[in-house]
Design a binder for this molecule. Structure first.
Ligand code: BGC
Length: 394
């Protein structure tokens, strides 16, 4: 055999061997030995209750194969329960909530709810757009809080049929907030999509459009207690906030406009620190907030989605990371929980500081503070905001 023919047959042999190897690999994948053929995510829909006005409220339970389950009701888009694994793999609910719709309606400090049209406070409930002054309800002392008397936490959202794809299940909730509802101008069409992923993360995508210039600042108000035991306080949780500055507030919790350096203050969470470590330190801002109830100005505002905060409970090993494209986060240490609200499960009440919130958002009172990032939405533009909550253990 000439050298050329030997090379030809040698090459042919190599091609056949590679081909057989590939067939083998494909076969093992096809047979499902290495890749699950089932998506591993699912949902269930159930009737949750009826409002006093006779409107039905549904619950959607989003589940993944690992064991995470997020229960969302169409009233307020509220997450009523959210299970996460501890270091032994045990899944438990880690968010505060109630057992029934009537309890949510009777009085809810925004447990698990969607917040809007403007999250957090607007001084005296007043703001102007192009010279027109708008007046909103003053439902928090002299100020407007979380969208007013009937914010998005108290309306019925319309749920689309959940979408299940290979690694995620998505629930899109929509709401049309009418022109001048709660005093805000413009018909605002809002979609909030909760997506539970196979990797134990929950994405929240907020989208909105308007037909008149308005202001928008949407967020999610889950109260976390990663111990899974709501009789325990959250003081031993280690928090990280990727922020060099926070916004000091006046006595009514409206930002003064100053950006205060966190260095050397109890507000420095750039390295892991327990909530309890300095919450009772002598600091005028802790006195005003009755603890932590402030907006942290997040670093790297121009890079879009990035890790902005985390929380870790050493006892259970539960670790929560928060990713977002928002410029700020409100860290609220459950200072107004006072043992009067009934605990989920029917036993006991939620005591002081048994839950904390990490609300990604724009700065409070932005409409009245020209140096803060803008919150104005014009017709033709689209409001888009994204936050992801990722659970793991360590
Ligand atoms: C605010 C708190 C308020 C709480 C309502 C938080 O976002 O910052 O001041 O009391 O929501 O439960």
């Amino acid at each position: 055999m000439s050298l050329i023919i030997k090379i030809f047959f040698g090459f042919l042999g190599l091609v056949v061997i590679i081909g057989l190897t590939q067939c083998k690999t494909e076969k093992s994948v096809d047979s499902g030995e290495t890749t699950p053929t089932e998506p591993g995510v699912s949902f269930e829909k159930s009737a949750y209750g009826t409002t006093q006005e006779g409107e039905p409220v549904d619950m959607y339970s989003l589940k993944n194969a690992q064991g995470m389950q997020v229960d969302v009701i169409t009233y307020g888009g509220i997450i009523t329960s959210w299970t996460a694994p501890d270091k032994n793999g045990a899944y438990e609910n880690v968010v505060l909530g109630y057992d029934s719709l009537s309890q949510y309606i009777a009085g809810n400090p925004y447990f698990g709810a969607l917040i809007g049209r403007f999250g957090n406070r607007i001084a005296k409930g007043k703001f102007s757009i192009d010279g027109t002054e708008y007046s909103l309800a003053t439902n928090d002392g002299p100020n407007h809080l979380h969208g007013g008397v009937k914010g998005y936490d108290k309306v019925i959202w319309t749920a689309a049929e959940p979408v299940v794809d290979s690694n995620a299940v998505s629930l899109k909730l929509s709401y049309l907030s009418k022109d001048m509802e709660e005093g805000y101008p413009g018909n605002l069409k809002i979609d909030v999509t909760y997506t539970l992923n196979a990797d134990n993360s929950l994405d929240v995508l907020y989208e909105a459009t308007t037909d008149k210039a308005t202001i928008v600042n949407l967020t999610q108000h889950s109260y976390f207690n990663l111990t899974g035991d709501f009789t325990k306080t959250i003081l031993d949780h280690e928090i990280v906030l990727n922020a060099d500055h926070f916004l000091p507030v006046d006595a009514t919790l409206i930002p003064t406009g100053e950006l205060m350096d966190v260095a050397g203050t109890p507000f420095d969470f750039r390295l892991p620190k327990t909530i309890g470590k300095e919450i009772v330190a002598e600091h005028d801002q802790l006195t005003k907030g009755l603890g932590y109830d402030h907006c942290w100005v997040l670093n790297s505002q121009d890079v879009g989605d990035r890790l902005v905060a985390s929380a870790y409970d050493p006892g259970s090993g539960r670790f929560l990371e928060i990713w977002s494209d928002e410029p700020a986060i409100q860290f609220y240490s459950g200072n107004f929980l006072d043992g009067t609200l009934p605990m989920k499960g029917g036993e006991g009440t939620y005591a002081h500081r048994t839950g904390f919130c990490l609300e990604t958002q724009h700065y409070p009172d932005s409409p009245n503070q020209p140096d803060f990032p803008p919150v104005r939405l014009d017709p033709g533009d689209k409001y888009v905001s994204y936050t992801s909550f990722k659970f793991s253990t360590k």
